[in-house]
Design a protein around this ligand. Structure first.
Ligand SMILES: Nc1ncnc2c1ncn2[C@@H]1O[C@H](COP(=O)(O)OP(=O)(O)O)[C@@H](O)[C@H]1O
Ligand SMILES: [Mg+2]
Length: 315
């Protein structure tokens, strides 16, 4: 079972350049959360801060009763083993074949014999659908397969928390759909706590239990998927529905004049689109964190858009 990660007042800048400030959120144990945001808003920096690769200026990262920002270096090294990270480009060693890439963390961090290493590597390669590709070099396989290999490597130490940095970037829609299904299936199988950084709205709308949005140096909102998908808060609404009208412009924030012109022209926000059903594991068994469609909206008395949560008929 995964562990919760509680982030409190986290703030990071590089010199005089602030990245984000006062980020407070909890990644609930065993649930899938997505962190969305325009490019350059510090999503990758956030993941690196979580695993202790970058030191925040202020704030805490609690796992159980330990603050990762305060623990001694040696303890941090231990705590890092709780995390599996899929970096944006897979971050594979180009001169090592897939087998050795996936085996690498086991050789680094454990004293397992080669026979046990083989069993674990084979198990993880099977989980990501890469059995048979062991001898290939990263340069000899497709981008989608490299991401799967990176994922197998991230899984090899049985992490409690798995971080994905734009797993869908650079993939075509079909590959993205397969990868998203794989992520949901892995969550069902491992019960680990997942955080997926993406700017793919379709991924954000259908995969997670929770959604967060970083915008303009702050966490604009974080909460259950249905809360954000039914939100009328302008930034959240605009971003999650990929709309041109709203506070976000080509430059990160539109200037006041542009917004005033929009409202003077009586430009209305289009209605919220229907909330789709959440992606379910391919074997039909529910994930532990799964909630009934529409449950959050009903319990909170929030109306949801017409046509939401309809059972989709397979074609
Ligand atoms: N190691 C670093 N040193 C200085 N600036 C950095 C470093 N890493 C990231 N940045 C800056 O922090 C900002 C956020 O970067 P990043 O987290 O990569 O954005 P995102 O992943 O949301 O696209 C960018 O302006 C980037 O240039
Ligand atoms: Mg990034």
């Amino acid at each position: 079972m995964g562990v919760a990660v509680r982030v409190e007042g986290l703030t990071k800048s590089f010199g005089a350049q602030p990245v984000w400030a006062d980020v407070t959120l909890t990644l609930p144990a065993g649930e899938i959360s997505v962190l969305l945001g325009p490019s350059g808003t510090g999503k990758s920096v956030f993941l690196k801060a979580l695993v202790g690769l970058l030191k925040p200026d202020r704030g805490s990262i609690w796992i159980n009763d330990e603050d990762l920002t305060e623990v001694p270096e040696r303890r941090l090294y231990e705590l890092r083993k709780l995390f599996g990270v899929l970096f944006q480009d897979g971050a594979l060693f180009g001169s090592m074949n897939i087998y050795d890439n996936v085996a690498f963390p086991l050789r680094e961090h454990t004293k397992l014999a080669e026979k046990q290493i083989r069993a674990t590597v084979t198990e993880k390669l099977e989980m990501v659908g890469l059995l048979g590709a062991e001898k290939k070099l990263p340069g000899q396989i497709s981008g989608g397969m490299r991401k799967r290999a990176g994922l197998a490597r991230a899984l090899v130490l049985d992490p409690q928390i798995i971080l994905f940095d734009e797993p869908d970037s650079g993939l075509d829609p079909v590959r993205t759909a397969y990868l998203n299904q794989l992520i949901v299936d892995l969550n069902q199988q491992t019960d680990a706590t997942f955080l997926i950084v993406t700017h793919d709205i379709n991924t954000a709308r259908t995969v997670p239990d929770n959604i967060g949005l970083i915008y303009h140096g702050h966490l604009a909102m974080f909460g259950p998927r249905e809360m954000l998908l039914s939100s009328t808060e302008p930034v959240v609404r605009q971003f999650l529905n990929a709309q041109r009208i709203g506070p976000i412009g080509m430059a990160e924030e539109k200037d006041a004049a542009e917004r005033q012109a929009e409202s003077a022209a009586g430009v209305e926000l289009p209605p919220l689109p229907a909330i789709q059903r959440q992606l379910r594991p391919s074997d039909g068994r529910p994930r532990r964190a799964e909630r009934a469609p529409g449950e959050w909206c009903r319990t909170h008395g929030v109306p949801y858009p017409a046509g939401s949560f309809r059972e989709e008929v397979p074609v």
